[in-house]
Design a protein around this ligand. Structure first.
Ligand code: ADP
Length: 190
């Protein structure tokens, strides 16, 4: 299996690039943000719980997030591999992911981070907010909180996998095709 963590701050293009990667490498794309939005759209208990945090730009608690992610992986084991988008977002989630994959006799192949600076992120997300219908994309103070949460809680995940020489950072600014090519070059070296 090839299991990739697509990593980077909010608005760095993970979702867009993940869709292109799955076409080329035939992996299953698992986006915790998309899973939450599906649950919120259906007003499920999990969706209502997640909404309390997402609207403030905070992380949804681990017991909710990790359970949801585990269910998705366990229900889809007959795949060539996974591309994780938006997970893990803290060290505890990283340790859980390692355990889940170890139980399946596999592991994280590599983490690919897209580097995009803060001001570019804010402008991209505000722009996306015009059409995404996401309330967390429309308010600059919430966007800045998401960036802060990324720096405090999520960025350490990069260092966690760097200890196993699995973390790679690429320039996330450029055309969609340019960024995609950089990612593919990296995947082919994993
Ligand atoms: P973005 O990367 O643009 O912030 P996502 O769709 O990945 O968008 O995530 C949207 C929101 O969903 C996050 O701000 C957070 O509140 C919640 N979320 C997504 N993934 C996780 C996760 N792994 N752990 C906790 N909360 C998460």
């Amino acid at each position: 299996m090839i299991n990739i963590i697509l990593f980077g701050p909010p608005g760095s293009g993970k979702g867009t690039q993940a869709s292109k990667i799955v076409e080329k490498y035939n992996l299953l794309h698992i986006s915790t943000g998309d899973l939450f939005r599906y649950e919120m759209g259906n007003n499920t208990p999990l969706g209502l719980k997640a909404k309390e945090y997402i609207k403030k730009g905070e992380l949804v608690p681990d017991e909710v997030t990790i359970g949801m992610l585990t269910n998705k992986v366990v229900a889809n084991q007959d795949v060539a591999g996974y591309i994780f988008d938006g997970f893990p977002r803290n060290i505890n989630q990283s340790e859980s992911l390692d355990r889940i994959l170890a139980e399946m006799n596999t592991q994280v192949s590599g983490l690919i981070a897209l580097a995009v600076d803060d001001e570019e992120i804010v402008s991209r997300i505000l722009n996306r907010g015009k059409t995404s219908g996401r309330s967390d994309d429309n308010d600059e103070s919430i966007i800045r909180n998401r960036i802060e949460v990324y720096k405090q809680e999520t960025r350490p995940v990069f260092d966690y996998y760097a200890k196993e020489n699995k973390s790679h950072e690429l320039q996330g600014v450029g055309s969609l095709e340019e960024v995609f090519e950089r990612i593919c070059n990296q995947i082919d070296q994993l």
